[in-house]
Design a protein around this ligand. Structure first.
Ligand SMILES: O=C([O-])CC(=O)C(=O)O
Ligand SMILES: [Mg+2]
Length: 220
């Protein structure tokens, strides 16, 4: 896999997301602490890269930022054991799990899926590939996010409830993980709303930063 992946042509077919993987984030949204990983999907059509904007979908009144570490899968695997899970990791990405929180809240109340709340166009801003060797311990990586220069999130993957090998194993026992798929590992506390005109900047350790503008999908 090259470092600068061109428009995701080489990327896999799915983004598998882990929710509620940080206790403090569960508490801030009054969600229960999960006993097993909470898994959902984003479509790859929701990817955006730096230079493109995050577009607030029409009808969403509360778009939240969630900074997350993504794990890029290097080869197909199912029923992967925890002790060999890292053999399937080709590298990492920094990603935003942009969430239409009002849509998600409504879906939660109605027992409906989160597909629209998490999968609208531009819901997954993503960095270029961070080579696997650049992150020695992915279960101890710092993640931060600023909105208009003001820090909102600052956490570490060491506080994840389920670590990366256990997540890869858990997911692959149900869903084959394919080369180029991305696993988003959940967000630390500090999520909150953004509005049109805001600038989101985020980073992973001192390895990589990325910046995105927020705009309305349809300007009236
Ligand atoms: O929407 C949520 O709060 C669940 C989630 O994605 C996360 O915890 O990263
Ligand atoms: Mg998330």
């Amino acid at each position: 896999m090259q470092n600068n992946l061109s428009r995701f042509s080489e990327w896999g077919r799915k983004v598998v997301c882990v929710g509620r993987n940080f206790k403090d984030h569960c508490v801030e949204l009054s969600n229960p602490i999960p006993k097993e990983p909470l898994i959902f999907l984003k479509p790859t059509s929701s990817y955006v890269v730096e230079g493109e904007s995050i577009k607030i979908p029409n009808g969403c009144n509360s778009l939240h930022h969630e900074v997350e570490l993504g794990v890029v899968i290097s080869k197909d695997g199912s029923n992967i054991l925890e002790n060999s899970a890292m053999d399937y990791v080709g590298g990492y990405v920094l990603a935003l799990d942009m969430t239409a929180r009002d849509w998600q809240d409504k879906a939660k109340k109605q027992g409906k899926p989160w597909s629209f709340a998490k999968g609208f166009d531009t819901a997954c801003p993503i960095s270029s590939l961070i080579p696997r060797g650049d992150i020695v311990n992915p279960d101890d990586v710092g993640l931060w996010l600023k909105v208009n220069g003001v820090e909102k999130q600052n956490g570490s993957t060491k506080d994840m409830i389920f670590n990366i090998p256990s997540l890869i194993s858990y997911i692959s026992h149900v869903m084959t993980l394919e080369r180029g798929d991305v696993v988003l590992t959940g967000t630390p506390e500090g999520v909150g709303p953004v509005e049109a005109g805001d600038v989101i900047e985020c980073g992973v350790n001192n390895l990589l930063t990325m910046k995105f503008n927020v705009m309305k999908k349809f300007q009236s």
